[in-house]
Design a protein around this ligand. Structure first.
Ligand code: ZN
Ligand code: ZN
Length: 370
C-alpha cells in the first residue's frame, strides 16, 4: 500500500471526468489503503476526491484502524444513534463539496443504504459506475503482488497433494472437501478462503459450478476439484480433474482434449495479444476434438485480490494483455449426466510470454484405488 496508489487513482478518476470516488469496504478500499472493514449494517464510506485529502465516514469504534493507513484520511465518526450517523455524513459531504459533482462508485458493491446517505446531503450529485477506473488500477500486478499470488498457488497445491493419497472410492464429495479445507488451513492459507472448494464427481462433474454433495465416489468417475488459497489478500484458483479407477475411452479422450486446450490457451498468452485470442486458442482445440458445444464457459478470468476480476478471457474482449496481468486459463468439457473435465491454471503475462504460477502436474492421474 502506498501513497502512489492514491495518486494513481486520483489521476485516473480525473481523466474519467469524476470529481470523487466513493468506496465501500472491500478489495478496492484494501488496495488503496490497506484497511479492512466488514461490509455490515453500519455504513462505512471512504471518499477519494480528486485533488483533495481523502475522507472516511465510519463508526467510532472502528476509527483506531485508520492509524495503519499509509496516508491521512479525514475521519467522520458516528456513535450508535441515527442522529450522529446523519451528522457524520452531512459533515463529510459538506467538507468534500460533493454538491453538484460526479461521484464514481462500485456498481457491484455500493448499496442503497450508503447511496441514500450521500444523496441526502449532496444535492444534484450524480453517481457513475467506475469499475473500469478501479480495474485499470489493479489489473497490472507489481512484483510484490505476484509473489503473493505465487505463494497462494503454492499453498493450494501443497494442500491438494496432502489430500490426494487419502482419497478413496466410497468417500463422499463432502469428506474430500472437508479434508481439503483442513489442509488448506494447515498449509497456511489466509481466511476466508477465496471460495469454497468444489469437489464434483461423476455426473456432478458435468456441472461447472457443482455444489459439494453426499455422493460417494465410484470407480469410473471423473473427479473435478476446484480450489484456491489466499496469501497477502491475493487469491489462487486452480482446478485438476482425476480419474477414479479406470475411465471409459471417451472420458479419457475428453481429458486429453482439455489438457491440449489448457496448453494452447497458456501458450497464446503474451503482451500485446487480445484477451479473446487466448479464449480462441483454447476453444479451437476443443472444437477440433469435436466437443465445442460442451465447452460452455469463458476460458478464464482475472485473479488478484478478488477471485474474479478483470481481465476476462472471453470472446469479445479485445483489450490487449500487458505484462503483469494475472488470470486463469481453465478450459473444460462437460458431458451432461456423464461427467466433466476442467484444468485450471493461474498465469501472469510476462515480458517474454507467459509465466504459469501453478505447477501441479496436468497429466491424467488415477486416484482412489485401495
Ligand atoms: Zn476455479
Ligand atoms: Zn476460475
Amino acid at each position: 500500500m502506498s501513497h502512489a496508489r492514491l495518486l494513481d487513482l486520483q489521476e485516473r478518476a480525473a481523466a474519467a471526468g469524476l470529481d470523487c470516488m466513493a468506496l465501500l469496504p472491500g478489495p478496492n478500499l484494501y488496495y488503496l489503503t490497506g484497511l479492512q472493514f466488514h461490509l455490515m449494517e453500519r455504513p462505512i464510506v471512504a471518499f477519494f476526491p480528486v485533488g483533495n485529502t481523502p475522507a472516511i465516514v465510519l463508526p467510532e469504534f472502528e476509527a483506531g484502524k485508520l492509524a495503519a493507513a499509509p496516508y491521512a484520511l479525514t475521519a467522520y465518526t458516528y456513535g450508535e444513534d441515527d442522529r450522529s450517523r446523519l451528522d457524520a455524513f452531512q459533515q463529510a459531504v459538506a467538507h468534500l463539496e460533493l454538491v453538484d459533482s460526479l461521484v464514481g462508485v462500485e456498481a457491484r458493491r455500493m448499496r442503497v443504504l450508503e447511496l441514500r446517505l450521500i444523496e441526502r446531503f449532496a444535492s444534484n450529485t450524480r453517481f457513475e459506475a467506475a469499475e473500469e477506473v478501479l480495474a485499470s488500477l489493479r489489473m497490472v500486478k507489481s512484483a510484490d503482488e505476484l509473489r503473493h499470488m505465487r505463494r497462494a498457488a503454492e499453498i493450494a497445491e501443497q494442500a491438494l497433494l496432502a489430500v490426494l493419497p487419502r482419497v478413496r472410492i466410497g468417500q463422499t464429495e463432502k469428506e474430500v472437501a472437508a479434508e481439503l479445507t483442513g489442509e488448506l488451513l494447515r498449509a497456511g492459507t489466509e481466511m476466508p478462503l477465496p471460495f469454497e472448494p468444489i469437489v464434483a464427481s461423476g455426473p456432478n462433474a458435468a456441472l461447472p459450478h457443482s455444489t459439494v454433495s453426499e455422493r460417494n465416489l465410484r470407480a469410473g468417475d471423473l473427479l473435478v476439484i476446484d480450489w484456491g488459497a489466499k496469501s497477502g489478500g491475493y487469491c489462487s484458483d486452480l482446478t485438476r480433474t482425476f480419474a477414479v479407477g479406470a475411465l471409459d475411452a471417451e472420458l479419457a479422450r475428453v481429458y486429453e482434449a482439455v489438457l491440449a486446450a489448457n496448453e494452447a490457451g497458456r501458450a497464446a498468452v503474451r503482451p500485446g495479444v487480445e484477451a479473446q485470442e487466448v479464449d480462441r486458442a483454447a476453444r479451437r482445440v476443443i472444437a477440433r476434438a469435436g466437443y465445442g458445444e460442451y465447452f460452455v464457459h469463458r476460458t478464464g478470468h482475472g485473479l488478484g485480490l478478488e477471485e474474479h476480476e478483470e481481465p476476462y478471457i472471453r470472446e469479445g474482449n479485445s483489450d490487449r494483455l500487458e505484462s503483469g496481468m494475472t488470470f486463469t486459463v481453465e478450459p473444460g468439457i462437460y458431458l451432461p449426466e456423464r461427467g466433466g473435465v476442467r484444468i485450471e491454471d493461474n498465469v501472469a503475462v510476462a515480458e517474454g510470454g507467459v509465466l504459469t504460477l501453478s505447477s501441479l502436474p496436468r497429466d491424467l492421474q488415477t486416484i482412489g484405488s485401495a
